[in-house]
Write a protein that binds this ligand. Structure first.
Ligand code: TYD
Length: 213
């Protein structure tokens, strides 16, 4: 069966680790998975990623930033995510359209309707079946990041606090589709919770609720 899961959260919250662990656990059970990430996952997306993350002199206009993330997403959706879903694979994406709502919408302060229209074009209307949000205080999360810092890690704490609030608002608005985890828990505990939540969303008759040994 096809299923689409995204992982969201601020820098340093451990979402890439959790996305990888989930893919590994599902593969051990025989599921065909496709693990990818944003921005990136395609040659164009990786070029845009480098461009978006590089610390530079002079700011990138928020509107330009929005469209660059959208361009990377459009390519990933068309080339990687939609084909994998058509092949009945479970797609696990480290960040997707909700990152744009949180960072460019709540963080940068762009109009949320504009962000949503751009997202709709980039995703062709696709949205994750399940969004896993790894939530934690951004000051603690950022302290986990290694130097050198990228353009987003250079943003002030207020920016990251707005991003976090944005995520929590999105999660509150759609509790059935969002799964919020305390990202300060040990990674193995979070992995078990994510696995159990995903298992209840997949066909319960074929998925064991215990993590593979
Ligand atoms: P990355 O190294 O992937 O950060 P992380 O490991 O925390 O995911 O860098 C991606 C950065 O881009 C991250 O700071 C969040 C930001 N971002 C946006 O601002 N908007 C978006 O739509 C996406 C996908 C990412």
């Amino acid at each position: 069966m096809s299923f689409f899961i995204s992982f969201e959260g601020c820098e340093g919250c451990g979402k890439s680790t959790q996305a990888k662990l989930l893919a590994e656990n599902l593969q051990l059970l025989g599921y065909s998975t496709c693990l990818t990430h944003e921005p990136g996952g395609t040659p164009l997306g990786e070029e845009l990623r480098r461009c978006l993350k590089r610390a530079r002199e002079g700011a990138i206009a928020p509107e330009a930033e929005l469209l660059l993330f959208a361009a990377a997403r459009a390519q990933l959706t068309l080339d990687v995510i939609l084909p994998a879903l058509e092949e009945d694979r479970i797609v696990i994406c480290d960040r997707y359209s909700d990152s744009t709502v949180a960072y460019q919408g709540y963080g940068r302060g762009l109009d949320l309707d504009t962000v949503s229209t751009v997202n709709l074009t980039a995703t062709r209307g696709l949205s994750p079946d399940l969004v896993v949000l790894l939530d934690m205080d951004p000051s603690r999360a950022l302290a986990r990041k290694r130097l050198p810092r990228d353009r987003f890690e250079h943003e002030g704490l207020e920016f990251h606090e707005r991003v976090r609030k944005g995520y929590l608002k999105l999660a509150q608005a759609e509790p059935a589709r969002w799964f919020v985890l305390d990202a300060t828990n040990p990674p193995s505990i979070s992995a078990q919770s994510v696995y159990e939540r995903v298992a209840t969303s997949l066909d319960k008759s074929t998925v064991s609720h215990d993590l593979p040994a």
